[in-house]
Write a protein that binds this ligand. Sequence first.
Ligand code: FA5
Length: 351
Amino acid sequence: MFTQVNELRDRFRDLLAKAKSTADVEELRVSFLGKSGSVTGLLKSMGGLSPEDRKTMGQAVNDLKNRVAEALQEKTEQLKAAELQREIDALPLFDVSAPRDLSRGSYHPITLVQRQCETIFKSMGFTVEDYSEIVTDYECFESLNIPKFHPARDMQDTYYLENGQLLKSQTSAAQNAIYRKYRDRLYKDGTPIKAIFPGRCFRNESTDACHENTFFQMEGVMVGRDISISNLIFFMKTMLSEVFRRDIKVRLRPGFFPFVEPGFELDINCLICGGEGCPSCKHSGWLELCPCGMIHPNVLREGGIDPDEFTGFAFGLGLTRLAMMKYGVKDIRDFNGGLLENLDQFTDDRL
Ligand code: FA5
Protein backbone atom coordinates (compact mmCIF):
# COMPACT_ATOMS: atom_id res chain seq x y z
CA MET A 1 0.00 0.00 0.00
CA PHE A 2 2.98 2.27 0.63
CA THR A 3 3.84 1.84 -3.03
CA GLN A 4 0.36 3.12 -3.90
CA VAL A 5 0.91 6.18 -1.70
CA ASN A 6 4.24 6.91 -3.40
CA GLU A 7 2.78 6.40 -6.88
CA LEU A 8 -0.09 8.71 -6.07
CA ARG A 9 2.32 11.37 -4.75
CA ASP A 10 4.41 11.19 -7.96
CA ARG A 11 1.35 11.30 -10.21
CA PHE A 12 0.02 14.29 -8.29
CA ARG A 13 3.35 16.16 -8.65
CA ASP A 14 3.38 15.54 -12.43
CA LEU A 15 -0.19 16.68 -12.91
CA LEU A 16 0.22 19.72 -10.66
CA ALA A 17 3.27 20.83 -12.63
CA LYS A 18 1.18 20.67 -15.81
CA ALA A 19 -1.79 22.67 -14.39
CA LYS A 20 -2.05 25.97 -16.29
CA SER A 21 -5.13 27.58 -14.76
CA THR A 22 -7.09 27.70 -11.53
CA ALA A 23 -9.72 25.56 -13.29
CA ASP A 24 -7.07 22.81 -13.90
CA VAL A 25 -6.15 22.96 -10.19
CA GLU A 26 -9.77 22.62 -9.15
CA GLU A 27 -10.10 19.56 -11.40
CA LEU A 28 -7.04 18.04 -9.67
CA ARG A 29 -8.48 18.75 -6.23
CA VAL A 30 -11.66 16.87 -7.13
CA SER A 31 -9.80 13.92 -8.65
CA PHE A 32 -7.49 13.52 -5.60
CA LEU A 33 -9.39 14.85 -2.58
CA GLY A 34 -13.02 14.76 -3.77
CA LYS A 35 -15.55 12.18 -2.50
CA SER A 36 -14.50 9.67 -5.15
CA GLY A 37 -10.94 10.98 -5.39
CA SER A 38 -7.81 8.77 -5.34
CA VAL A 39 -6.61 9.83 -1.86
CA THR A 40 -10.08 9.42 -0.41
CA GLY A 41 -10.25 5.97 -2.10
CA LEU A 42 -6.97 4.94 -0.39
CA LEU A 43 -8.36 5.95 3.01
CA LYS A 44 -11.51 3.93 2.40
CA SER A 45 -9.52 0.84 1.33
CA MET A 46 -7.69 0.57 4.68
CA GLY A 47 -10.57 -1.36 6.31
CA GLY A 48 -8.94 -4.81 5.73
CA LEU A 49 -5.57 -3.91 7.32
CA SER A 50 -4.39 -4.97 10.75
CA PRO A 51 -4.76 -2.26 13.45
CA GLU A 52 -1.00 -1.59 13.42
CA ASP A 53 -0.75 -1.35 9.62
CA ARG A 54 -3.88 0.79 9.60
CA LYS A 55 -2.19 3.21 12.02
CA THR A 56 1.01 3.55 9.95
CA MET A 57 -0.86 3.63 6.65
CA GLY A 58 -3.39 6.13 8.10
CA GLN A 59 -0.55 8.49 8.98
CA ALA A 60 1.04 8.13 5.52
CA VAL A 61 -2.26 8.71 3.65
CA ASN A 62 -3.23 11.65 5.92
CA ASP A 63 0.21 13.11 5.38
CA LEU A 64 -0.27 12.77 1.61
CA LYS A 65 -3.74 14.31 1.90
CA ASN A 66 -2.38 17.37 3.79
CA ARG A 67 0.53 17.86 1.38
CA VAL A 68 -1.81 17.60 -1.65
CA ALA A 69 -4.16 20.17 -0.08
CA GLU A 70 -1.29 22.57 0.71
CA ALA A 71 0.25 22.17 -2.77
CA LEU A 72 -3.15 22.82 -4.41
CA GLN A 73 -3.63 25.96 -2.29
CA GLU A 74 -0.15 27.25 -3.13
CA LYS A 75 -0.58 26.59 -6.86
CA THR A 76 -3.99 28.32 -6.88
CA GLU A 77 -2.47 31.45 -5.33
CA GLN A 78 0.41 31.44 -7.83
CA LEU A 79 -1.96 31.09 -10.77
CA LYS A 80 -4.33 33.79 -9.45
CA ALA A 81 -1.41 36.21 -9.07
CA ALA A 82 -0.23 35.41 -12.60
CA GLU A 83 -3.75 35.87 -13.99
CA LEU A 84 -4.03 39.27 -12.23
CA GLN A 85 -0.64 40.31 -13.56
CA ARG A 86 -1.73 39.38 -17.10
CA GLU A 87 -4.87 41.54 -16.69
CA ILE A 88 -2.76 44.46 -15.39
CA ASP A 89 -0.30 44.09 -18.27
CA ALA A 90 -3.19 44.20 -20.73
CA LEU A 91 -4.44 47.58 -19.35
CA PRO A 92 -3.57 50.66 -21.42
CA LEU A 93 -0.75 52.71 -19.92
CA PHE A 94 -1.91 55.80 -18.00
CA ASP A 95 0.51 58.66 -17.85
CA VAL A 96 -0.48 61.08 -15.07
CA SER A 97 1.87 63.73 -16.43
CA ALA A 98 0.35 63.64 -19.93
CA PRO A 99 -1.63 66.75 -20.97
CA ARG A 100 -5.37 66.42 -20.24
CA ASP A 101 -7.61 65.46 -23.11
CA LEU A 102 -10.03 68.39 -22.91
CA SER A 103 -12.47 66.79 -25.29
CA ARG A 104 -13.43 64.47 -22.41
CA GLY A 105 -14.71 67.24 -20.14
CA SER A 106 -17.32 69.93 -20.64
CA TYR A 107 -19.23 72.66 -18.90
CA HIS A 108 -22.59 71.79 -17.38
CA PRO A 109 -25.41 73.24 -19.54
CA ILE A 110 -26.59 75.38 -16.60
CA THR A 111 -23.08 76.83 -16.25
CA LEU A 112 -23.12 77.63 -19.97
CA VAL A 113 -26.43 79.48 -19.75
CA GLN A 114 -25.42 81.23 -16.52
CA ARG A 115 -22.16 82.50 -18.04
CA GLN A 116 -23.96 83.60 -21.14
CA CYS A 117 -26.48 85.62 -19.09
CA GLU A 118 -23.65 87.09 -17.03
CA THR A 119 -21.87 88.24 -20.20
CA ILE A 120 -25.06 89.83 -21.53
CA PHE A 121 -25.84 91.69 -18.31
CA LYS A 122 -22.22 92.73 -17.74
CA SER A 123 -22.24 94.30 -21.20
CA MET A 124 -25.25 96.36 -20.04
CA GLY A 125 -23.42 97.61 -16.95
CA PHE A 126 -24.62 95.11 -14.33
CA THR A 127 -22.27 93.73 -11.67
CA VAL A 128 -22.29 89.98 -10.94
CA GLU A 129 -22.68 89.19 -7.23
CA ASP A 130 -22.12 85.98 -5.33
CA TYR A 131 -24.29 85.00 -2.39
CA SER A 132 -24.40 82.16 0.12
CA GLU A 133 -26.74 79.20 -0.13
CA ILE A 134 -27.50 79.21 3.61
CA VAL A 135 -29.37 82.35 4.64
CA THR A 136 -31.48 83.69 7.48
CA ASP A 137 -35.25 83.97 7.65
CA TYR A 138 -34.80 87.74 7.51
CA GLU A 139 -32.85 87.61 4.22
CA CYS A 140 -35.13 85.10 2.51
CA PHE A 141 -38.49 86.39 3.73
CA GLU A 142 -38.79 89.24 6.23
CA SER A 143 -36.62 91.76 4.37
CA LEU A 144 -38.74 90.95 1.30
CA ASN A 145 -42.01 92.08 2.84
CA ILE A 146 -43.00 88.57 3.88
CA PRO A 147 -43.45 88.73 7.66
CA LYS A 148 -43.60 85.61 9.83
CA PHE A 149 -46.89 83.70 9.36
CA HIS A 150 -47.71 85.61 6.13
CA PRO A 151 -49.68 83.30 3.77
CA ALA A 152 -47.18 84.04 0.94
CA ARG A 153 -44.70 81.81 2.80
CA ASP A 154 -46.76 78.82 1.67
CA MET A 155 -45.58 79.40 -1.92
CA GLN A 156 -42.01 78.40 -1.04
CA ASP A 157 -41.24 75.69 1.47
CA THR A 158 -37.55 74.97 1.94
CA TYR A 159 -35.09 73.07 4.16
CA TYR A 160 -34.31 74.41 7.63
CA LEU A 161 -31.19 73.98 9.73
CA GLU A 162 -31.41 73.32 13.46
CA ASN A 163 -30.08 76.82 14.17
CA GLY A 164 -33.04 78.40 12.32
CA GLN A 165 -31.11 79.24 9.15
CA LEU A 166 -32.38 77.85 5.86
CA LEU A 167 -31.32 76.86 2.34
CA LYS A 168 -32.39 79.79 0.22
CA SER A 169 -35.57 79.18 -1.72
CA GLN A 170 -35.03 82.16 -4.01
CA THR A 171 -32.14 84.36 -5.10
CA SER A 172 -34.25 87.32 -3.95
CA ALA A 173 -32.72 86.49 -0.55
CA ALA A 174 -29.67 88.52 -1.62
CA GLN A 175 -31.63 91.69 -2.46
CA ASN A 176 -31.34 93.35 0.95
CA ALA A 177 -27.55 92.84 1.12
CA ILE A 178 -27.10 94.26 -2.40
CA TYR A 179 -29.13 97.41 -1.61
CA ARG A 180 -27.02 97.94 1.53
CA LYS A 181 -23.79 97.30 -0.37
CA TYR A 182 -24.44 99.94 -3.05
CA ARG A 183 -26.82 102.49 -1.47
CA ASP A 184 -24.04 104.90 -0.40
CA ARG A 185 -22.87 105.23 -3.98
CA LEU A 186 -26.47 105.66 -5.11
CA TYR A 187 -26.97 108.53 -2.67
CA LYS A 188 -23.54 110.04 -3.32
CA ASP A 189 -23.61 110.45 -7.09
CA GLY A 190 -26.88 108.86 -8.21
CA THR A 191 -25.16 105.84 -9.84
CA PRO A 192 -27.98 103.31 -10.27
CA ILE A 193 -27.63 99.96 -8.56
CA LYS A 194 -27.45 97.38 -11.38
CA ALA A 195 -26.66 93.89 -10.17
CA ILE A 196 -27.39 90.28 -11.00
CA PHE A 197 -26.87 87.38 -8.61
CA PRO A 198 -27.09 83.83 -9.91
CA GLY A 199 -27.36 81.03 -7.39
CA ARG A 200 -28.59 77.62 -6.38
CA CYS A 201 -32.06 77.53 -4.79
CA PHE A 202 -33.79 74.80 -2.84
CA ARG A 203 -37.45 73.97 -2.40
CA ASN A 204 -39.15 71.24 -0.49
CA GLU A 205 -41.56 70.21 -3.25
CA SER A 206 -42.29 67.18 -5.40
CA THR A 207 -40.32 66.95 -8.60
CA ASP A 208 -41.69 66.59 -12.13
CA ALA A 209 -40.53 67.40 -15.67
CA CYS A 210 -40.28 71.15 -14.88
CA HIS A 211 -39.74 71.19 -11.07
CA GLU A 212 -36.62 70.20 -9.15
CA ASN A 213 -35.92 70.48 -5.42
CA THR A 214 -32.54 72.04 -6.30
CA PHE A 215 -32.35 74.45 -9.20
CA PHE A 216 -30.76 77.70 -10.31
CA GLN A 217 -32.16 81.19 -10.51
CA MET A 218 -30.61 84.46 -11.48
CA GLU A 219 -31.88 87.53 -9.71
CA GLY A 220 -31.47 90.97 -11.22
CA VAL A 221 -32.16 94.40 -9.76
CA MET A 222 -31.88 97.94 -10.99
CA VAL A 223 -32.54 100.87 -8.65
CA GLY A 224 -32.13 104.53 -9.46
CA ARG A 225 -34.09 107.65 -10.27
CA ASP A 226 -37.15 107.23 -12.53
CA ILE A 227 -36.67 103.54 -13.19
CA SER A 228 -39.92 102.23 -14.68
CA ILE A 229 -41.59 99.14 -16.13
CA SER A 230 -40.28 100.16 -19.58
CA ASN A 231 -36.72 99.68 -18.33
CA LEU A 232 -37.69 96.26 -17.01
CA ILE A 233 -39.24 95.17 -20.31
CA PHE A 234 -36.25 96.45 -22.29
CA PHE A 235 -33.73 94.46 -20.25
CA MET A 236 -35.83 91.29 -20.29
CA LYS A 237 -36.32 91.43 -24.08
CA THR A 238 -32.63 92.12 -24.72
CA MET A 239 -31.56 89.25 -22.51
CA LEU A 240 -33.91 86.71 -24.13
CA SER A 241 -33.08 87.68 -27.71
CA GLU A 242 -29.36 87.41 -26.90
CA VAL A 243 -29.73 84.02 -25.20
CA PHE A 244 -31.85 82.44 -27.93
CA ARG A 245 -30.55 84.49 -30.86
CA ARG A 246 -33.96 84.26 -32.50
CA ASP A 247 -37.46 85.60 -32.01
CA ILE A 248 -39.13 84.12 -28.97
CA LYS A 249 -42.78 84.55 -28.08
CA VAL A 250 -43.19 85.86 -24.55
CA ARG A 251 -46.18 86.99 -22.53
CA LEU A 252 -46.43 89.21 -19.51
CA ARG A 253 -49.27 88.64 -17.08
CA PRO A 254 -49.99 89.91 -13.60
CA GLY A 255 -48.29 87.94 -10.84
CA PHE A 256 -48.23 88.27 -7.08
CA PHE A 257 -45.00 88.47 -5.08
CA PRO A 258 -45.03 90.47 -1.84
CA PHE A 259 -41.73 92.13 -2.75
CA VAL A 260 -42.88 93.76 -6.00
CA GLU A 261 -45.77 96.03 -6.91
CA PRO A 262 -46.92 95.71 -9.61
CA GLY A 263 -45.69 92.16 -10.17
CA PHE A 264 -45.62 90.15 -13.39
CA GLU A 265 -45.03 86.65 -14.64
CA LEU A 266 -42.98 86.57 -17.80
CA ASP A 267 -43.72 83.33 -19.62
CA ILE A 268 -41.96 81.98 -22.68
CA ASN A 269 -43.64 79.97 -25.43
CA CYS A 270 -42.57 76.37 -24.76
CA LEU A 271 -39.74 75.53 -27.17
CA ILE A 272 -39.98 71.81 -26.49
CA CYS A 273 -43.47 71.46 -28.02
CA GLY A 274 -43.68 74.76 -29.90
CA GLY A 275 -46.61 75.83 -27.74
CA GLU A 276 -48.77 72.73 -28.34
CA GLY A 277 -48.55 71.52 -24.73
CA CYS A 278 -46.29 68.85 -23.22
CA PRO A 279 -45.15 67.63 -19.76
CA SER A 280 -42.27 70.18 -19.79
CA CYS A 281 -44.76 73.07 -19.81
CA LYS A 282 -47.47 71.31 -17.81
CA HIS A 283 -49.45 71.04 -21.08
CA SER A 284 -50.11 74.80 -21.20
CA GLY A 285 -47.79 75.69 -24.10
CA TRP A 286 -46.14 78.32 -21.86
CA LEU A 287 -43.36 78.05 -19.33
CA GLU A 288 -43.03 80.36 -16.33
CA LEU A 289 -39.53 81.68 -16.74
CA CYS A 290 -38.98 85.04 -15.17
CA PRO A 291 -41.27 86.64 -12.61
CA CYS A 292 -40.50 90.31 -12.19
CA GLY A 293 -41.90 93.64 -11.11
CA MET A 294 -41.28 97.03 -9.56
CA ILE A 295 -39.58 96.71 -6.18
CA HIS A 296 -42.04 97.22 -3.31
CA PRO A 297 -41.43 100.44 -1.29
CA ASN A 298 -41.16 98.38 1.94
CA VAL A 299 -38.31 96.33 0.44
CA LEU A 300 -36.39 99.44 -0.64
CA ARG A 301 -36.92 101.00 2.78
CA GLU A 302 -35.63 97.83 4.47
CA GLY A 303 -32.52 98.09 2.29
CA GLY A 304 -31.93 101.67 3.45
CA ILE A 305 -33.25 103.32 0.29
CA ASP A 306 -35.98 105.99 0.30
CA PRO A 307 -38.75 104.81 -2.10
CA ASP A 308 -39.93 108.41 -2.57
CA GLU A 309 -36.58 109.25 -4.09
CA PHE A 310 -35.64 106.05 -5.93
CA THR A 311 -37.51 103.29 -7.73
CA GLY A 312 -36.38 100.03 -9.24
CA PHE A 313 -37.26 96.74 -10.84
CA ALA A 314 -36.32 93.18 -9.90
CA PHE A 315 -36.59 89.88 -11.72
CA GLY A 316 -35.97 86.24 -10.78
CA LEU A 317 -34.98 84.31 -13.89
CA GLY A 318 -35.35 80.52 -13.72
CA LEU A 319 -31.89 79.62 -15.04
CA THR A 320 -32.48 75.88 -15.04
CA ARG A 321 -35.67 76.28 -17.04
CA LEU A 322 -33.90 78.64 -19.40
CA ALA A 323 -31.29 75.92 -20.00
CA MET A 324 -34.13 73.45 -20.69
CA MET A 325 -35.58 75.72 -23.34
CA LYS A 326 -32.26 76.69 -24.88
CA TYR A 327 -31.00 73.13 -25.24
CA GLY A 328 -34.34 71.36 -25.72
CA VAL A 329 -34.02 69.28 -22.53
CA LYS A 330 -37.44 67.75 -21.90
CA ASP A 331 -37.02 66.81 -18.26
CA ILE A 332 -35.40 69.15 -15.73
CA ARG A 333 -34.26 66.17 -13.62
CA ASP A 334 -31.75 65.21 -16.33
CA PHE A 335 -29.59 68.17 -15.27
CA ASN A 336 -28.87 66.61 -11.87
CA GLY A 337 -28.80 63.05 -13.24
CA GLY A 338 -25.02 62.95 -13.73
CA LEU A 339 -25.21 61.01 -17.02
CA LEU A 340 -22.29 62.31 -19.07
CA GLU A 341 -23.94 61.35 -22.36
CA ASN A 342 -26.69 63.82 -21.45
CA LEU A 343 -24.49 66.55 -20.07
CA ASP A 344 -21.42 66.77 -22.27
CA GLN A 345 -23.14 67.41 -25.59
CA PHE A 346 -23.62 71.15 -25.08
CA THR A 347 -21.16 73.85 -25.98
CA ASP A 348 -21.25 77.55 -26.42
CA ASP A 349 -18.98 79.18 -28.95
CA ARG A 350 -18.94 82.39 -26.94
CA LEU A 351 -17.28 80.86 -23.88
C1 FA5 B 1 -39.45 83.59 -7.17
O1 FA5 B 1 -38.65 82.80 -6.73
C2 FA5 B 1 -39.24 85.08 -6.99
N1 FA5 B 1 -38.17 85.29 -6.08
C3 FA5 B 1 -38.92 85.70 -8.36
C4 FA5 B 1 -38.99 87.20 -8.38
C5 FA5 B 1 -37.83 87.93 -8.23
C6 FA5 B 1 -40.22 87.82 -8.56
C7 FA5 B 1 -37.88 89.30 -8.26
C8 FA5 B 1 -40.26 89.18 -8.62
C9 FA5 B 1 -39.08 89.91 -8.47
P1 FA5 B 1 -40.90 81.80 -8.39
O2 FA5 B 1 -41.18 80.97 -7.22
O3 FA5 B 1 -42.01 81.89 -9.38
O4 FA5 B 1 -40.50 83.27 -7.98
O5 FA5 B 1 -39.60 81.26 -9.12
C10 FA5 B 1 -38.97 81.99 -10.14
C11 FA5 B 1 -38.59 81.08 -11.30
O6 FA5 B 1 -37.73 80.08 -10.80
C12 FA5 B 1 -39.76 80.34 -11.92
O7 FA5 B 1 -40.38 81.08 -12.93
C13 FA5 B 1 -39.07 79.13 -12.49
O8 FA5 B 1 -38.49 79.45 -13.75
C14 FA5 B 1 -37.99 78.88 -11.48
N2 FA5 B 1 -38.43 77.86 -10.51
C15 FA5 B 1 -39.21 77.99 -9.43
N3 FA5 B 1 -39.39 76.84 -8.80
C16 FA5 B 1 -38.69 75.92 -9.49
C17 FA5 B 1 -38.46 74.52 -9.34
N4 FA5 B 1 -38.97 73.83 -8.33
N5 FA5 B 1 -37.69 73.91 -10.26
C18 FA5 B 1 -37.14 74.60 -11.28
N6 FA5 B 1 -37.31 75.91 -11.48
C19 FA5 B 1 -38.08 76.57 -10.60
